[in-house]
Design a protein around this ligand. Structure first.
Ligand code: KIV
Length: 276
């Protein structure tokens, strides 16, 4: 089935929510209009992730991403979507202080980008904020497990929820679902925990490194397209090698320019009065 529902409507947080336990939900990140157009043809959900800071802006982590950056990229992505639902990440320090701060940030994202929902990181402690937003008309996607905005307290990007720690992450996911989140991202968890949470909560789980049992999957699009030769997380399958191909293309161009093989006669313009 395509990104449109059987009735031909655009995907929304409600149609995504209704897919619990049904056909897997397909999600990728996008940060620009042309990439959003590509993702829109096959995805149910497009996430404007704060990974944009690392992927496009060369930041060392997601902590330096601002609300203005998310809004700029959100607006670009919205121009490329007509079928998939669009979710925009709330960046670090734009929502954690409390529900009022979160509402102000989320309202800007919704009004200025046309997103249908926001995503925020954190477990049970964010449940009151999720409820505050949802009851005021802002659909929310939760995000538990490895939460990159907490990299400094987590001590790195390790797998989360092994052993007894899994109970806390499962409780976090339950709290978000009960607070009204329409779906919850599970990042970098043992597959058995991904399965357990998917069984326990009433809304779709969207996994990234959390096993095949999740109700959907998300990847950073640049990772699955192989744009970074050196970055190969275990949970990513590469569907293309665009980094390698682009490097070879640029090298070939450089050789052609240096050897005066480019431009060729077919790339030039004739003088006035002659053809072509
Ligand atoms: O920022 C992001 O791209 C994300 C996904 C990896 C889930 O949060």
């Amino acid at each position: 089935m395509s990104a449109q529902s059987e009735t031909g409507r655009r995907q929304t947080p409600s149609t995504i929510r209704a897919r619990k336990g049904a056909e897997p939900i397909v999600c990728l990140t996008a940060y620009t209009t042309p990439v959003a157009r590509i993702a829109d043809q096959s995805c149910d959900l497009v996430l404007v992730g704060d990974s944009v800071g690392m992927v496009l802006h060369g930041l060392p982590d997601t902590l330096g991403v601002t609300l203005d950056m998310m809004i700029l990229h959100g607006r670009a992505v919205a121009r490329g979507l007509s079928r998939a639902a669009m979710v925009v990440d709330l960046p670090f320090a734009s929502y954690e202080a409390g529900p009022q701060q979160a509402f102000a940030a989320a309202a800007r994202v919704m009004a200025e980008t046309g997103a249908q929902a926001v995503k925020l990181e954190g477990g049970a402690h964010m449940a009151p904020t999720v409820e505050f937003l949802v009851t005021r008309g802002i659909p929310v996607m939760g995000h538990v497990g490895l939460t990159p905005q907490a990299v400094n307290t987590l001590g790195g990007y390790r797998v989360q929820g092994r052993g007894a720690a899994g109970d806390r992450i499962a409780a976090d996911a339950r709290a978000l679902a009960e607070a009204g989140a329409f779906s919850v991202v599970l990042e970098k968890l043992p597959a058995s925990l991904g399965q357990r949470i998917t069984d326990e909560i009433a809304v779709p789980t969207i996994g990234i490194g959390a096993g095949a049992a999740c109700d959907g999957q998300v990847l950073v699009i640049d990772d699955m397209l192989g744009l970074f030769a050196e970055f190969r997380p275990k949970f990513v399958r590469r569907y293309a090698e665009l980094g390698r191909d682009a490097t070879a293309a640029v090298a070939a161009y450089a050789e052609d320019v240096r050897a005066r093989r480019f431009p060729g006669p077919e790339h030039g313009f004739a003088d006035e009065g002659t053809q072509a």
